[in-house]
Ligand binder design. Sequence first.
Ligand SMILES: COC(=O)C(/C=C/C1=C(C)CCCC1(C)C)=C/O[C@H]1C=C(C)C(=O)O1
Ligand SMILES: O=C(O)CCC(=O)C(=O)O
Ligand SMILES: [Fe+2]
Length: 366
Amino acid sequence: MPPVPISPVRVGHIDDVQELRKTKPRTIPERFIRDMMERPTLTTTPLSPTPCHMPIVDFSKLSKGNEEEVLVELFHLATACENWGFFQVINHEVDLNLLESIENLSREFFMLPLEEKQKYPMAPGTVQGYGQAFVFSEDQKLDWCNMFALGIEPQYVRNPNLWPKRPERFSETVEVYSGEIRKLCYNLLSYIALGLGLKGDVFEKMFGVSVQAIRMNYYPPCSRPDLVLGLSPHSDGSALTVLQQAKGGPVGLQILKDNTWVPVQPIPNALVINIGDTIEVLTNGKYRSVEHRAVAHEEKDRLSIVTFFAPSYEVELGPMPEFVDENHPCNYRRYNHGEYSKHYVTNKLQGKKTLDFAKIQTKNTN
Ligand SMILES: COC(=O)C(/C=C/C1=C(C)CCCC1(C)C)=C/O[C@H]1C=C(C)C(=O)O1
Ligand SMILES: O=C(O)CCC(=O)C(=O)O
Ligand SMILES: [Fe+2]
């Protein structure tokens, strides 16, 4: 029997937003213009919400503090995870020169000629390389963003053909940076576990060789930021996400807090951490992966460097027994993380819809 042809993903023409901005600075193609309900609230209008200062966690107090400082900071961390799903970590012990280098090299990468970047194409329906991820149809709205993403760990998620030769030292720096961010993720997960009253090594043991990926998002200026989104609303499919916002950029990240999109004011040298879907499931919803999005700016470009840190694909996940009792019924089924990962990367970003994969739907008795 001949092999069954796999139907290719038909996504139509996707404009490269940087090129568009260069060649037709005032044009916003229809595919980028959001329906009224999806359009963003911007920080530049008098009626817009003031940027929030999300909770700050001082990592050095957790790693080097005295007993009391550790306890107080664990409490800050636990409260941030429970009430916000986001926090900014300061004194994180990742070398600031390394943060600067990855920022500069990522910017240099995006500033290369299009032909050079297209040597590392993100094929339709895949998530690694240069392009737009999460586009699966011709009528889907597009984000005002160029992305470059790479699988980092374990080795089997790597596609060596997609590691850029230019700029010089880019790939080497991604490697060193990812190693440092990996350590930070393991440490944060152990403090998160302690804050939940669990053993510090519970997630490290459970996750096996954790999957790690990096994504650089470049948002060029946009003549009508009120009509487009830099990045569609979503929660992250990871356990933890580490977001570095490049220095000097405008406010761009917004999180959905109490049903309102709240802009996040970057703190110089801090890293933004958010709880991903895995931790939501493991804690049976005690800690939730919060929906977030990015908006574009009329005059300034913005760059973010994002690390996704998740369990190994063979790990079976479900709510931990510590978070299930008669008052807290089990909200999520058990599933394989590899299956979830596949589900995540083969669906468009659509708020928290991806997590329906794991949710136990409660019957509406009304
Ligand atoms: C554009 O990519 C993403 O947004 C993304 C993908 C990450 C991945 C790679 C680039 C290659 C290795 C696999 C992996 C899927 C992690 C987001 O990652 C989220 C989604 C899941 C699931 C996750 O763990 O992080
Ligand atoms: O650029 C940002 O601020 C948001 C990025 C993000 O949420 C992501 O890449 O998952
Ligand atoms: Fe995200």
